[in-house]
Ligand binder design. Structure first.
Ligand SMILES: Cc1cc2nc3c(=O)[nH]c(=O)nc-3n(C[C@H](O)[C@H](O)[C@H](O)COP(=O)(O)O)c2cc1C
Length: 193
C-alpha cells in the first residue's frame, strides 16, 4: 500500500477494544516519534508512555484525567503523553517558536506508524492537564500538550450517538484551494486533475 493511501486511511476513530497491546509495539511507536525532524536536532519532545492497566497509579491518573466526552479512551491500550517546553527548541524572530511544531511532527510520526500497524491512534486535548501533570510527575516547565490514545479497533457501544456516526462519516476537510496556494498567498494550488 502506498504511504499516501495509509495517510488517507488514518482516522481519529474512537471505537476501541480493551485488548492489551504489547510493550514492544509501544516501543515502536515511541521510536517512530523520536525519529521526527526537529530544529537544530533539538528533539524537544518528552514522551511518557502509560500502559492502561488497572491498579497502576499512572494509568489510574490518565483515566481520571479524561474529560467526559473522551470516556471512549478508557479502553485504550496505551496513552502517550507528549510534552515539550519552548526553551528546548529554536526560538527565532517573528514568533517562530519551534518546540510545539516539532512535537507535532513527533506526534504525527507516532500516529502514522500506529496506522501502519493496524492500530487506532487518536490525539486528544480533552484531558485535565493538572491531573496528568500530578499523576505522571511532569515538571512545571513542561507542557503536556497532547495525549495520543492508542488502541485496537473494537465495538462502538461506549460511544455517544454523534461519536458512533463519526466512526463511518466521510472525512471532513476544507477544500484544498482554501488552504494550499501556488506562488502567492491566496492563489489556489490545484495540482489534482
Ligand atoms: C490537538 C488535537 C486535539 C484533539 N482533541 C480531541 C479530543 O479531545 N477528543 C476527540 O474525540 N478528538 C480529538 N481530536 C481529534 C480530532 O477531532 C480529529 O483529528 C479531527 O476531527 C479530524 O478527523 P480525522 O483525524 O479522522 O481526519 C483532536 C485532534 C488534535 C490534533
Amino acid at each position: 500500500m502506498s504511504l499516501l493511501r495509509e495517510i488517507e486511511l488514518r482516522r481519529a476513530r474512537r471505537a476501541l477494544s480493551p485488548e492489551p497491546i504489547d510493550d514492544t509495539v509501544a516501543g515502536e511507536l515511541v521510536r517512530a516519534a523520536t525519529l521526527a525532524p526537529s530544529c537544530f536536532n533539538n528533539q524537544p519532545w518528552r514522551i511518557i508512555a502509560v500502559k492502561n492497566e488497572d491498579g497502576v497509579a499512572s494509568s489510574d491518573a490518565m483515566r481520571a484525567a479524561l474529560t467526559p466526552g473522551n470516556a471512549w479512551a478508557l479502553r485504550a491500550g496505551w496513552y502517550f503523553v507528549l510534552c515539550t517546553a519552548p526553551h528546548l527548541d529554536c526560538r527565532l524572530d517573528e514568533g517562530r517558536d519551534y518546540a510545539y511544531f516539532d512535537l507535532g511532527q513527533a506526534a504525527l510520526a507516532l500516529q502514522i506508524q500506529a496506522q501502519h500497524l493496524g492500530l487506532i491512534a487518536h490525539p486528544i486535548a480533552g484531558f485535565s492537564s493538572a491531573k496528568v501533570r500530578a499523576g505522571l510527575a511532569i515538571p512545571k516547565e513542561f507542557v503536556p500538550l497532547v495525549v495520543i490514545v492508542v488502541g485496537k479497533a473494537g465495538a462502538d457501544d461506549a460511544l455517544s450517538d454523534k461519536q458512533k456516526a463519526d466512526e463511518t462519516a466521510p472525512r471532513s476537510r476544507v477544500p484544498l484551494s482554501d488552504v494550499a496556494y501556488r506562488e502567492r498567498f491566496g492563489q489556489p494550488f490545484s495540482p489534482l486533475p
